[in-house]
Design a binder for this molecule. Structure first.
Ligand SMILES: C[S@@+](CC[C@H](N)C(=O)[O-])C[C@H]1O[C@@H](n2cnc3c(N)ncnc32)[C@H](O)[C@@H]1O
Ligand code: SF4
Length: 463
């Protein structure tokens, strides 16, 4: 990555193509409605039979007062009073249903509030969400209890409450401090308000603070982005995410408000990441997976060095749990080898709960082949490394035979360009190849061939 500039336009054009971000494998595109509430309940009840296994839980709090035009998240924009309060009631009902089917399986290793904007809620609503959960679940020692906060709407009193409740990890949306960029994406967030909340959170003693940035937004230049990152470095967050802007106007129609001609071209977008890479690694951060950095002593950085990093819908983690529950509209769970996704529509969500059913709308049960490929992709995405004998032992396969096509594809592309190296025992994504790790994973994706060539684009671009 250090020699971003050395990447030729030809290579960029070859590898910068639509591809999944692999927050799951198979990706959500494969989920279908044959997997519904009934099957989900069976999965929860099977999970109840493994009381000692680690469990994670995600709560989706979808509300935002206004929409940032770049946003790709599942958001409900409203300022109507009462909407969030009613949603909090619904969440309580959903948590009760889930807990009922989980029997004694009630200890969480990871708990996360994401959004939307969780701090859209009032203090009282936040307490109610917390208590709904705390009535049913307990936390394992050292559990990761995290929340996403938007510094523009998060008050000091909310920060204090989060600490009192037991949150230990904070993730703040920043994106970019430049005023032209902020104008173009309808998100006005000054450096001083971000700094103020950060310092207060530090004072309150949160264990870890993360900042989110996006590269590839309208009007960003290497110079403006450098300034943004330099400002962030004054605060030295423990972790940072530097996301590639996912421009998917065919899925998120509001992104059409972003003018194509304002977006940085491919080579500039790459330079933007190069700036972030250079500044963060130069300041002692370690790259984690494709788009995160962490200070060297952070648990994520330690896990990355030891090749024990995992990734789920909540992001990179050191707390792997095979079973993962999602509650709230649109949330995705992963339980007993199956993905299960809630409806995205508030009225359908409520209707299901009125019927006493979990609001699951679609899902996917993984086959053995899915599990093998998922492990391979997970390992590459997290560790830039694959231990081939470990996969062979775990699944009783001969890797070279099983993945002959994938290996050929790698050899003809990424290996030839020096972005991937391989031996009979390991596949390694090289330092300059990290930006193309999604492309390496795509060689192992059995579903991609069916998705390519369709009339509608599906994924954002890989770079
Ligand atoms: C739910 S938001 C974070 C909390 C809060 N809503 C905020 O914006 O501060 C999660 C993160 O997703 C990232 N994000 C949103 N839309 C994106 C897109 N289209 N492409 C890449 N990253 C995106 C942003 O970095 C954002 O901070
Ligand atoms: S980026 Fe955050 S604040 Fe902006 S619309 Fe998306 S979820 Fe809401």
């Amino acid at each position: 990555m250090s020699n971003v500039a050395a990447l030729t336009a030809e290579m960029l054009a070859k590898y910068d193509r639509p591809g999944p971000r692999y927050t799951s494998y198979p990706t959500a595109i494969e989920f279908h409605e044959e997997f519904g509430p009934k099957r989900y309940i069976e999965k929860l009840e099977e999970a109840a039979l493994r009381p000692g296994d680690p469990l994670s839980l995600y709560v989706h709090l979808p509300f935002c007062r206004e929409r940032c035009t770049f946003c790709g998240c599942n958001v409900i924009v409203t300022q109507k009073p009462g909407v969030a309060a009613a949603y909090v009631d619904d969440l309580e009902r959903e948590i009760e249903i889930v807990a009922k089917h989980l029997g004694k399986r009630r200890e969480l290793v990871q708990y996360h509030w994401g959004g939307g904007t969780p701090t859209y809620l009032t203090l009282d609503e936040m307490k109610r969400v917390w208590n709904s959960l705390a009535k049913q679940f307990t936390f394992a020692p050292g559990a990761e209890i995290a929340i996403e906060v938007d510094p523009r709407v998060t008050t000091r009193r909310q920060a204090e409450l989060l600490r009192e409740l037991g949150f230990n990890r904070i993730s703040m949306g920043v994106q970019d401090f430049d005023s032209d960029v902020q104008d173009a994406v309808n998100r006005y967030q000054s450096f001083p308000i971000t700094k103020d909340l950060h310092l207060y959170m530090r004072e309150l003693g949160f264990e870890s603070i993360n900042f989110d940035f996006i590269y590839g937004l309208p009007h960003q230049t290497p110079e403006t982005f450098r300034k943004t990152i330099e400002q962030a470095l004054e605060l030295r967050p423990d972790r940072v995410a530097v996301y590639s802007y996912a421009f998917v106007p065919w899925i998120k129609a509001h992104q059409k408000a972003i003018r194509l001609e304002d977006l940085p071209p491919r080579d500039v977008k790459l330079q933007l990441f190069g700036v972030a890479y250079e500044l963060f690694t130069g300041a002692g951060y370690q790259q984690i997976g494709m788009d995160h950095f962490a200070v060297k002593e952070d648990s994520l950085a330690v896990a990355a060095r030891e090749h024990t990093l995992y990734r789920n819908f909540m992001g990179y983690t050191t707390h792997p749990a095979k079973d993962y529950i999602g509650v709230g509209v649109s949330s995705i769970g992963d339980i007993g080898g199956a993905f299960a996704q809630n409806t995205k529509k508030l009225n359908r969500y409520r209707d299901a709960l009125d019927r006493g059913e979990p609001p699951i709308e679609r899902g996917f049960e993984r086959s053995k082949d899915d599990e093998i490929r998922r492990d391979v992709i997970q390992s590459l995405m997290c560790n830039f490394h694959l231990d081939i004998p470990a996969i062979e032992r775990a699944y009783g396969i001969d890797f070279a035979t099983y993945f002959a096509d994938s290996l050929r594809e790698l050899d003809e592309g990424l290996v030839g360009h020096g972005f991937v190296t391989r031996t009979p025992h390991a596949i390694e994504v090289t330092e300059p190849g990290r930006l193309f790790v999604r492309n390496a994973c795509m060689a192992f994706d059995a579903y991609l061939k069916n998705q390519e060539g369709g009339e509608k684009p599906v994924f954002s671009r890989t770079v």
